[in-house]
Design a binder for this molecule. Structure first.
Ligand SMILES: Nc1ncnc2c1ncn2[C@@H]1O[C@H](COP(=O)(O)OP(=O)(O)OP(=O)(O)O)[C@@H](O)[C@H]1O
Length: 584
């Protein structure tokens, strides 16, 4: 894991080294802190000689003033450096979080739909928003208290050794005990932290599912059941967090006891040394002050150790996603600036979402450039799946798909997807303005072009009636637009994209017959000279197609023109009589 975190720290190596230098300065101030008091006790109140023979230069009163002034200066300098250090470390930490989020989010956007259909949205959201903070805790809460403790340890060791080596050994013998207790308990805390994070992200998932299905929940009056599910997840998260906090508290309790024992021993032995005359009262003050300031960073390490373990888990959860290999390997080819011709082949294509449940079975289909193809068949036979292989939402298990004679896997994904405009189900509209929604695939489009596309999709009049026209903000999930209006916005979006290949997934299912006829008229102009695939349930769509494909159980069972198929006795004729004739 260290190898993975270091690249995130590397860009900030100079501020990081600066912060480390501050730690050494701070430790120096910590070392100086008890000295003025020692001078006051030993040389002002008592008659022992003061360090650097200051007592020979100053009177007792002057020495007292100098000691007090020194105390103020030391505290001021220490406060200033601490402030600077906090600012520097927080800045580094927050920048690292930002960088990690950037990488995680862009990685998530590049992972295939196969990955996303396996994962829970709430869990991924938690990883992007909450788990990424862990890199800050891990580096800052981990590295700096340890560096402080080490710097203090070395400095104190040098100073204390000069004063009383026995007492020094005794004082420092607490350190191994402390670190041993830390390492013994850390595994359990780490485990508890993993569970707590999982439960917390489960709460996110439940909320996300509930929020995105609010309409259904209310329609089926499932509020109580959803509430129960939420409370169950929330209670489990509460239990896990409480367990973690209990462990952390128990842990810092143990550390405190060890520290108290250490201090008591030092005071006990120190007092004996003072009584025997080998140590001054001021020196014992230095010892206990040093111990207190040495235990402080060790205490921070121990208290934040649980936090560090939790942070480790968080960082692991982030890298777990970053380590997922992109399952859609890209090629290098790009389409010419004029775009693809639009000649599409599915060659012996098989596909399955779940092992041993084939959705497409050895499908072969050639669609010459510029043709309009209607794909029909009962629900769930694989119509959408067949078309989703073309923009590479998924890759076939066997066989290949080619565009203009080249395997689509040889192209750069961006170049491939730019060749394809799609109207998908359900019609997805973003909470941005109507204009931005239509221009989503071509943000540089002028207002005139947006209006032209909207007119073709028969949505212009409805938009003109909105309070701010094209600048009206669409509510979350298009709440201020009807289903039919949303569908027409997505059609306008595809029209504006102006791509050589069009995929229309039942583009007019939510509009009335009259509007549909108008949209189809607009679409007919759009589809001229473009290879178009329409998943069609309506007769008018099917009639206008150059080629009709009938899918059943993942296989093409029939194909031909409307006239060829309708008069036979094949599956299309049957479908026509049972389904389409009703519309006539
Ligand atoms: N992401 C997925 N994960 C697992 N199974 C899926 C996934 N998407 C679709 N399926 C399954 O694959 C089969 C084909 O689905 P597909 O959406 O291609 O059918 P369709 O013919 O377009 O249906 P419809 O006309 O109802 O839209 C269905 O059984 C469906 O349950």
């Amino acid at each position: 894991m260290r190898r993975k975190i270091l690249p995130y720290l590397w860009p900030y190596r100079y501020p990081f080294l600066f912060a480390l230098a501050q730690v050494f300065l701070m430790s120096g101030c910590e070392l100086l802190k008890p000295w003025p008091l020692k001078i006051v006790i030993d040389s002002v109140l008592g008659d022992s000689p003061s360090p650097w023979n200051l007592h020979e230069l100053f009177s007792k009163q002057a020495l007292l003033v100098a000691a007090c002034a020194g105390l103020i200066v030391i505290y001021l300098v220490l406060g200033g450096i601490t402030l600077l250090n906090n600012y520097t470390t927080i800045k580094i930490g927050q920048r690292m979080v930002n960088d990690l989020r950037r990488d995680l989010y862009s990685h998530l956007q590049r992972l295939s739909l196969a990955f996303h259909s396996r994962r829970q949205v709430g869990d991924l959201m938690y990883r992007v928003t909450a788990d990424t903070y862990a890199i800050q805790s891990l580096t800052m809460n981990g590295v700096f208290p340890i560096a402080t403790a080490l710097a203090l340890l070395i400095g104190m060791f040098a100073v204390m050794l000069k004063i009383d080596w026995q007492l020094t050994v005794l004082a420092l013998s607490v350190c191994p005990v402390l670190f041993l207790s830390i390492s013994l308990l850390s595994k359990r805390i780490s485990l508890a932290a993993t569970v707590a994070r999982q439960q917390e992200s489960e709460v996110y998932s439940v909320v996300q599912r509930g929020m995105s299905a609010m309409r259904i929940i209310q329609a089926f009056t499932k509020e109580e059941e959803e509430h129960r599910k939420f409370m169950a997840a929330s209670n489990q998260s509460l239990d896990a967090s409480l367990r973690l906090y209990t462990l952390q508290t128990f842990y810092s309790g143990i550390i405190n006891v060890v520290m108290a024992l250490g201090t008591a021993f030092v005071v006990w032995v120190g007092a004996q040394h003072v009584l025997s005359g080998s140590l001054t009262v001021g020196e014992i003050v230095i010892f206990t002050a040093y111990l207190a300031s040495l235990y402080a960073p060790i205490n921070t390490i121990s208290q934040t150790w649980g936090l560090i373990q939790g942070a480790k888990v968080g960082v692991q959860r982030v890298f777990e996603i970053l380590d997922v290999e992109r399952d859609l390997a890209e090629g290098n080819l790009v389409f010419p600036a004029s775009g693809a011709r639009g000649d599409v082949w599915w060659e012996n294509v098989s596909f399955q979402y779940v092992p041993d449940q084939p959705v497409l079975k050895n499908v072969s289909l050639h669609v010459p450039a510029g043709r309009k193809v209607a794909i029909v068949g009962p629900t769930g036979v694989g119509k959408s799946t067949l078309l989703s292989l073309l923009p590479r939402f998924y890759d076939p298990l066997e066989g290949r798909v080619t565009l203009d004679g080249t395997d689509i896997r040889d192209f750069q994904l961006k170049s491939l997807r730019t060749q394809i405009a799609m109207v998908l189900q359900p019609p997805l509209v973003f909470p941005i303005t109507v204009r931005e929604n239509i221009a989503y695939g071509r943000p540089e489009a002028t207002l005139e072009e947006v209006v032209e596309a909207a007119k073709l999709a028969r949505i212009h009049d409805s938009i003109a009636r909105l309070p701010q026209g094209y600048d009206t903000l669409v509510g979350e999930q298009g709440a201020t637009l009807s289903e039919g209006e949303r569908q027409r916005i997505t059609i306008a979006r595809a029209i504006l994209r102006d791509a050589p290949v069009l995929i229309l997934d039942e583009p007019t299912s939510s509009v009335d017959a009259e509007t549909e006829a108008l949209i189809m008229e607009g679409l007919n102009r759009l589809t001229a000279n473009r290879t178009t695939f329409i998943i069609a349930h309506r007769l008018s769509t099917v009639r206008n197609a150059d080629l009709i494909i009938v899918l059943r159980s993942g296989e093409i069972v029939e194909q031909g023109t409307f006239e060829e198929l309708v008069h036979g006795n094949g599956p299309f004729a049957l479908l026509y009589r049972s389904q389409f004739s009703l519309e006539e």
